[in-house]
Structure formats: C-alpha cells, structure tokens
Design a binder for this molecule. Structure first.
Ligand code: ZN
Ligand code: FE
Length: 252
C-alpha cells in the first residue's frame, strides 16, 4: 500500500492510499474532490473506500463529487457522526476492524475535537490516520469535547507503537512547535525538531507524517507527566496540565 499526500486549501492534507497490484485506492478526509480525481486518473485506479475521521467541512467537502464518479465507493465514519457526514454508510464504533485495500485496520474512538471523532489505525503497516486529534507538535481544538476526553484520546494514541507513522490532517507543525518552545524552552529534542521543521517549511516540504516516538519527545500535549510542563502550567494533575496547555495554545 502506497500513501500519497495531497496538500489542499490553506493547510489541509488529503491522504490517498493506493494498491498498485489491484489498481484500487482509498482516500482519507477528502476536503475537495478534484485533486483526488486527478491522482486517481493518473494511476487509472478505482476508488473503493472513503474514510472520514470527523464531520468538519474541510474533511468531508469532496465526498459527494467522489461518490458521483465512483458510486460503489463506501463512506466510513464514526457511529456518532450519523447525519453529519454525507453519504455515510458504515457507522464505526471503537474497536471495529475493517479491511481496506487488503490491509487490516482498527477503529479508535478519539473524542475531544468533536464528539464522534475516530482514527484509523492500520495495524500491519503501522500507519495512523488521526484527523484533527493529534497533530505534529500539537493537538486539535476542543470544539465538542472536554479536556478529560481529549486527554484520554491522546493517551491512547501516544501508546501506539513508537514507530507508528502519524498522518494528521493539517500542516500546523511550525506554529505548534513555536508554542511548544514557550512551555519547554530547554527540551533538546524540541529545539532540534524546531530547526529542522523550520528548514522544511522554508522549502515548502511537508512535515507530515510524524511518528509517535517524535511526538512523545517533543509534543507538549503528549507530555503531561513532564516536570517542565508542571512548572509551565502550575499544575501536576494530568487533566489540569492538559486543559491549561490547551487554553494557552488557544490564545497563542
Ligand atoms: Zn476538524
Ligand atoms: Fe480540520
């Protein structure tokens, strides 16, 4: 399975998964259809699956047009998103297993950014598609969830194998790391990552995917046990540390 990253809109990524042998493809969070259709026609591939992490417009905008061209493509989303994702036909719960392009995947219910947000974890290839839950160097805003819910969701994601490739839906890395440095100014791994991300972005190179290992080392929203973050927030209880950090980032 090949993974192709399509940058769209201001800072969104659409991910296309491609199985060259069967000429079949799947897409994750198609904000818009045209770039997906262009890539599919270059491969001469058939789109069989449309995987949605949550109902926001920049994750579902292309569904109807894709379904118009590939009526057999199945639209997957969280059970709690019933009525909010156009053409949804598979309603997924935590722990559900599916096979996409012959690869096994597991559904993780990760509420916080929205109340029905899910992530797709491809267990054999160690690829995680986590929408707007975990970002490189940050996490999603809490639109429909509590800090406690988001903390639990991030805790599950950070406990995946460290080598897991994390395909998050936005290129927010540089601004996330700029904030991270204000709360952990002496974290050596963070300082090093900031420099390399800055260099990438100057050249227009994407910083996605990241890995769980990299997030554990540098993402403050995965590091609530760190004394440096207790000092920065004035708390040591995980939910309070997390809520304070999220609040600081909201107004950063
Ligand atoms: Zn969103
Ligand atoms: Fe988004």
């Amino acid at each position: 399975m090949e993974i192709c990253r399509l940058p769209v809109r201001r800072d969104n990524y659409i991910f296309l998964l491609y199985d060259a042998q069967s000429r079949r493809a799947a897409v994750v969070d198609p904000a818009d259809a045209p770039p997906v259709l262009t890539q599919l026609s270059q491969w001469q591939a058939e789109l069989t699956d449309i995987l949605i992490t949550h109902h926001h417009g920049d994750h579902i905008g292309g569904i109807s047009e894709l379904k118009h061209v590939f009526p057999a493509a199945r639209v997957y989303g969280g059970a709690g998103d019933r009525g909010r994702i156009p053409e949804q036909e598979v309603f997924l719960e935590d722990g559900d297993r599916l096979t996409v392009l012959r690869q096994p995947a597991e559904v993780l219910f990760v509420p916080g950014h929205t109340s029905a947000h899910i992530a797709y974890w491809f267990t054999k290839t160690a690829d995680l598609f986590c929408g707007d839950t975990l970002f490189a160097g940050g996490c999603g805003r809490l639109f429909e969830g509590t800090p406690a819910q988001m903390l639990q969701s991030l805790d599950r994601l950070r406990n995946l194998p460290p080598e897991t490739q994390v395909w998050c839906a936005h290129e927010y890395t540089l601004s996330n790391l700029t904030f991270a440095l204000t709360v952990e100014p002496t974290n050596p791994a963070l300082l090093e990552r900031y420099t390399s991300v800055q260099r990438c972005r100057e050249q227009g190179i994407p910083t996605i995917p990241t890995t769980i290992a990299q997030e554990l080392a540098t993402n403050p929203f995965c590091r609530w046990e760190q004394p440096s973050l207790h000092q920065a927030t004035g708390y040591d209880e995980p939910v309070r540390v997390f809520a304070k950090l999220r609040g600081m980032k909201d107004v950063f």
